[in-house]
Write a protein that binds this ligand. Structure first.
Ligand code: ADE
Length: 241
């Protein structure tokens, strides 16, 4: 069955955007997934079709209205999970992506302005997702990131060559570095072991490189990796500390 993405946005022309190209674009053409971008403003009423209003309690910026958003959601809601892209959300991880890719698809709400009326998020039990600790001008680019990460995991989308089995995060580690011809470039040689043809030695080198680079660049991932791979030592009475 086709994995379906519905995007609720004030800028539907931003989709599929880059997802119409390359791997995701081919998969879209082949019907492995579909995308429908719906304009939230179609559900606004009144002469000005306002989708936002001033925040209760005062302050800068505007807030997206719960009634308009609920009308947009009600028009497309089904068994798919509902997510809203916001810098206040839980961090997007490969595990979150894999969970979404494993389901029927996703409905993604893209925030703009200062924020979204919290009541509609709670009323619909939406999952708030952030793609990182920085603020984008809207949720659309974050939605593109989320969908890209999901689509490449769909069955048949990645060829054997692009297979994600050994990629970063799949085992909780960053990936080892890659090299190709020429073996000598600008006075820099490729690590000897990679030219040795010794598959076991290569696998050992790569595993070590992945551990080293994770330890150096991402102490947070490294700590989680250690916690998950090393059995917890339980201190017993009288044992050395
Ligand atoms: N909207 C604005 N910034 C965002 C972020 N970092 N992640 C998700 N949605 C956003």
């Amino acid at each position: 069955m086709t994995w379906r993405a519905t995007v609720l946005t004030l800028f539907p022309e931003m989709f599929p955007g880059p997802l119409g190209q390359s791997l995701a674009g081919r998969a879209l053409e082949q019907g492995s997934w579909s995308i429908e971008a719906r304009n939230i403003r179609d559900h606004a009423s009144g002469k000005h079709r306002n989708v936002d209003d001033a925040p209760f309690g005062g302050g800068a910026g505007m807030v997206m209205r719960a009634d308009v958003l609920e009308a947009a959601i009600a028009d497309c809601a089904d068994d798919r999970p509902l997510v809203v892209m916001t810098p206040r959300g839980r961090p997007l991880t490969q595990a979150v992506v894999a969970g979404l890719a494993d389901g029927p698809g996703v409905i993604v709400l893209c925030g703009r302005f200062e924020g979204i009326d919290q009541r509609v998020i709670e009323y619909r039990g939406m999952t708030e997702i952030s793609i990182g600790d920085y603020v984008l001008s809207g949720g659309e680019t974050a939605a593109l990131v989320l969908l890209d990460a999901c689509v490449r995991l769909l069955p048949g989308v990645m060829g054997a060559a692009e297979s994600g089995v050994e990629e970063s995060f799949a085992h909780g580690l960053l990936e080892y570095p890659h090299y190709t011809r020429p073996a000598d470039w600008c006075g820099r040689a490729v690590p000897d072991v990679l030219l040795s043809g010794n598959h076991e030695a290569i696998a050992t080198w790569r595993a070590r490189a992945a551990r080293e680079i994770t330890q150096e660049r991402r102490p947070d991932l490294w700590a989680a990796y250690l916690a998950q791979t090393q059995p917890t030592t339980i201190k017993t009475k009288g044992s050395a500390s």
